[in-house]
Design a protein around this ligand. Structure first.
Ligand code: GRF
Length: 212
């Protein structure tokens, strides 16, 4: 059974979705860069070991990432999962976990990398928006895509309503991606693209607004 370490920075709803999904893996620890991250309480209540590595206790990214990696590696993880972990990671850190570092991002990558994805999508007037689970590489928010969910942007959407509907989809696709990884259904090919050996068919076309 694979060992998983989950990193969070805040409320941890994606981490909760993973814990609730009864995946065939051992969630070895939940680690936060913030002592007051709400998700830590939920993890503790589920009997998962937690740790805090506060970025504010370190003078630069390099020393923070080194301290974080030391704590992570004590749990000997097969996968390190970024579930709302709001720190930019150094190339050294990303390279150390190459092929086993996974992130969830609230947009249809490669569109809208970075922050404020929902506000930017609304500003641009796109009709379809979504979320992505992907491998993390040194190229921020551009690693190989594992799974994406797309939803229509509604005429009266606000940042709040759009982010709530996308978060709901995040909670569906993230456990699926980790399940595939835990059962070795996913590999990276020689071009750095994700090959999925599961038998799930492709989803349906999403057209927004719909055809008449
Ligand atoms: C999610 O929208 C995730 O995609 C992004 O940060 C948010 C974290 O939310 N990276 P939560 O802490 O999992 O509730």
């Amino acid at each position: 059974m694979k060992n998983i370490v989950i990193l969070i920075s805040g409320r941890g709803s994606n981490m909760q979705a993973l814990l609730n999904a009864n995946m065939n893996c051992n969630i070895a620890a939940v680690i936060s860069n913030k002592a007051d991250a709400g998700g830590l309480t939920f993890a503790q209540a589920h009997g998962i070991p937690t740790a805090v590595v506060a970025h504010r206790d370190h003078p630069d990214r390099e020393s923070f990432d080194a301290a974080l990696a030391k704590v992570i590696d004590d749990f000997a993880p097969d996968l390190v999962i970024l579930a709302g972990f709001m720190r930019i990671l150094t190339v050294k850190f990303v390279t150390h976990y190459a092929g086993r570092l996974i992130n969830i991002h609230p947009s249809l990558l490669p569109s809208y990398p970075g922050l404020h994805t929902h506000a930017r999508a609304l500003h641009d007037g796109v009709k379809i928006h979504g979320c992505t689970v992907h491998f993390v590489t040194a190229d921020l928010d551009h690693g190989p895509v594992i799974i994406q969910a797309a939803i229509p942007v509604l005429a009266d959407d606000t940042e709040h309503t759009l982010s709530a509907r996308i978060l709901h989809q995040e909670h569906r696709i993230f456990p699926q991606a980790i399940r595939w990884l835990c059962s070795d259904q996913i590999e990276l090919n020689e071009n750095g693209k994700v090959v999925n050996h599961s038998h799930n068919p492709a989803g349906n076309a999403l057209i927004s607004p719909s055809l008449e």
